[in-house]
Design a protein around this ligand. Structure first.
Ligand code: AHM
Ligand code: MG
Length: 343
């Protein structure tokens, strides 16, 4: 008689011993004996909001949730119904607890004060729907988050005014809603990616300890803006495109996270430089550039604002913008050289 094959997998193919996001977060917390668990709960609430949003995105076309609201956000951009839904989902996940002192969002002109009068240590900065132009065409979209612990007086709650720079982040990451929903995060000890198993409603570890290759084959930028760029940025892109060995390929999806995720895994450079229409850059520092810079640097890559560090850029306002380049160390260093040599 044949010996039965023993397997730890359940009939649906999900190994019950697999690392869940919750277990991973709690095990990481144990590495910090003084941690009180609040950051872990913030991350778990973000994962909960991500599941709600992921489900809604899958049904958006059927539920009348595509298209614009007819309003414009603080940046003057047309607001999509899904921008509003994504923002409400995040705010709802934090509104009735005292996990964060305030939420800064791309979709809110002013910070939303949450835990006034408490000792909440964190400020959550979020872009609920990154790549919103993709949302109506079934393209990849994402949520970006940075959890900041700004300096504060003993016993007082954190305040948005005290945010100094991306270095105040204690955790950052993104949730990418593509063919699968992926939660990528760092708390400063490497970068880890989890894929949502929709059958059991859990994020399971699928990309442990992500390392960004030192160099890579992709560049990602909106080349329609080339005429608007300065000469050094144009020269950099010409240099990549003109390589006789065809070392580089162009990939651009219109969703920052989707493009950065590819580069995080396969290597290369993502670029949204300043241009004539966006002299200070287009992407927002607090909830787009700084969280992704934290992730990319934790994975061994680099992030640059051209002549300066993204993470060291002082915060002047919550919606401030920044030129942004991120990815493999070699390509980002090459970009910096082109910029420097022209100055
Ligand atoms: P959004 O948050 O409103 O979607 O804006 C940010 C997006 C990024 O995801 C993307 O990389 C970039 O803006 C695309 O801009 P463009 O259409 O100018 O290429
Ligand atoms: Mg955005």
């Amino acid at each position: 008689m044949a010996t039965p094959v023993r397997t730890t997998e359940n009939p649906r193919g999900t190994d019950s011993n697999r690392m869940t996001l919750a277990r991973h977060i709690l095990e990481s917390q144990r590495e910090h004996p003084r941690a009180r668990g609040e950051l872990s709960v913030v991350l778990l609430q973000l994962a909960f909001a991500a599941k709600v949003f992921s489900h809604a995105l899958g049904r958006a076309a059927l539920a009348g949730q595509l298209g614009s609201t007819g309003e414009r956000n603080v940046q003057g951009e047309a607001t999509k119904k899904l921008d509003v839904f994504g923002n409400d989902t995040i705010v709802d996940a934090f509104a009735r607890n005292e996990l964060v002192a305030a939420i800064v969002s791309e979709e809110m002109t002013e910070p939303r004060q949450i835990a006034c009068g408490t000792r909440a240590s964190y400020v959550l900065c979020v872009d609920p729907l990154d790549g919103s132009s993709n949302s109506d065409v079934n393209g990849v979209v994402a949520t970006i988050f940075g959890v900041y612990r700004p300096p504060r007086d003993v016993g007082a709650a954190a305040t948005v005014e005290r945010l100094q720079s991306g270095r105040d982040q204690v955790a950052a990451g993104y949730i990418m809603y593509g063919p699968s929903t992926v939660f990528v995060y760092t708390t400063g000890s490497g970068v880890h990616g989890f894929t949502l198993d929709r059958d059991i409603g859990e994020f399971l570890l699928s990309h442990p300890d992500i390392r960004c290759p030192q160099q890579g084959p992709y560049y990602s930028a909106n080349l329609a803006n080339v005429p608007e760029w300065d000469e050094s940025t144009r020269e950099f892109i010409r240099h990549l495109a003109a390589r006789s060995d065809r070392a580089y390929s162009l990939r651009y999806s219109g969703a920052l996270v989707a493009d950065v995720h590819r580069i995080l895994l396969d290597g290369g450079i993502y670029l949204y430089p300043a241009d004539r229409r966006h002299p200070g850059g287009k992407l927002r520092l607090a909830y787009e550039c700084a969280p992704l810079a934290f992730v990319v640097e934790q994975a061994g890559g680099s992030a640059s604002a051209g002549m300066s560090s993204v993470l060291d850029t002082p915060f002047e306002s919550i919606h401030q913008r920044l030129p942004f380049a991120a990815g493999s160390r070699d390509e980002v260093a090459m970009f910096d050289r082109f910029i420097r040599d022209r100055c």
